[in-house]
Design a binder for this molecule. Sequence first.
Ligand SMILES: *[C@@H]1O[C@H](CO)[C@@H](O)[C@H](O)[C@H]1NC(C)=O
Ligand SMILES: *[C@@H]1O[C@H](CO)[C@@H](O)[C@H](O)[C@H]1NC(C)=O
Length: 369
Amino acid sequence: MFAVDLLLVLGLLGTLGDVLGSVCNETCPDKPVFTPSTLVVKYGGSTSATCVACEDACLGHKYDLEVAVGSRKRHPNSTTVTWIVANMTQWDTYAWCYYNTDSDTQCCTILNVIVFHPPESVSMSILNHTGPMFEHEEYTLQCTVRNVAPVEKLAVTFYMGLKELGRVTSKATMKEPITETFILNLNASKEDDGAGLWCQAQLELGPSGPQPPLITVSQEVPATVYYGPDLDDPATPQPISVTEGRTLQLNCSAVGNPPPSYTWTLPSGGSTVPDGSVLTVTSVGFEHGGQYVCNVTSNRKTVTVNFSVNVQVDFIPYIIAGVVIAVALACFVALMMYMQYYKQRRMGQYNLKDVFRFHARHIAVPGEG
Ligand SMILES: *[C@@H]1O[C@H](CO)[C@@H](O)[C@H](O)[C@H]1NC(C)=O
Ligand SMILES: *[C@@H]1O[C@H](CO)[C@@H](O)[C@H](O)[C@H]1NC(C)=O
């Protein structure tokens, strides 16, 4: 009769604690002790908990369990009562253990019972968005957990690849299974490009809960993040001096998604040619000097790099030519002098070689002859 009345009151007033607070004293010494102190049970599953009503305060008094479901088993010659549930079919259930005291009150302990239901499914999406994301823009990630109980024990973690983005919980307190949507804001960055977005739902049921804890993960939503173009070398290039005949290489490489395209404007007539990130002139002439403009385009954005090229005269050929001319000139002069001398000897004039020979013959050298 008491249990039926109480159920009625529970139904009218709501929480168990409020109602029991008026009929049972939870602060008395030598109060009933439940093992385990928190009972975690899967909906539809079986479970049991044991109450030792008292050490000695309840001896000679009425003691018992009040339960909403299942059966009670008393143990002879002890103050122990066991609650046995073969099939847990209540979401918001209760069990408490009590004994009557001399002063016509009850000393009691309410068992903390958690009836859980693992998520039926977990799914990941980006709210109001399809297609690629753009760097530095905000997106709302949405993780939907279907048919889970109790939602207040649920923690949802969002991931980008292996990187944890954030963890959220629900404020809802209902014990029945519900479908709850969790959201997290994401500021897209280029490092996220190509990673998978996913979320995980974990029922945190404590040490009395299933071990390892129940984790359900969503599918992966591939994240494409458009970014750039970002120049590999963002510094403004210095004016470039190159000697004629040498190779000129201008580089305006950039990264981006989609990969950037490059167009070059050349100093000669300002013509625009499609090209790669590196412009090469294998043998520079004076016509190659001037301003080069590289336009890097991606995501409807264009970054411009200006190169100033100054072609210098190559002096080496002139130096070589000068040397060759000097040598040729010297040879010519020598030839002319020799020819002049030869002409004079033929005409029977003074021969320097004979003069030396004459002298050698007539000088008295000591020791000789
Ligand atoms: C999502 O898009 C719909 C329709 O375009 C709009 O009514 C709704 O407000 C959007 N929701 C958010 C959170 O932006
Ligand atoms: C262009 O510059 C980038 C960055 O400085 C460099 O990684 C790349 O190798 C260069 N390309 C050439 C062809 O020099």
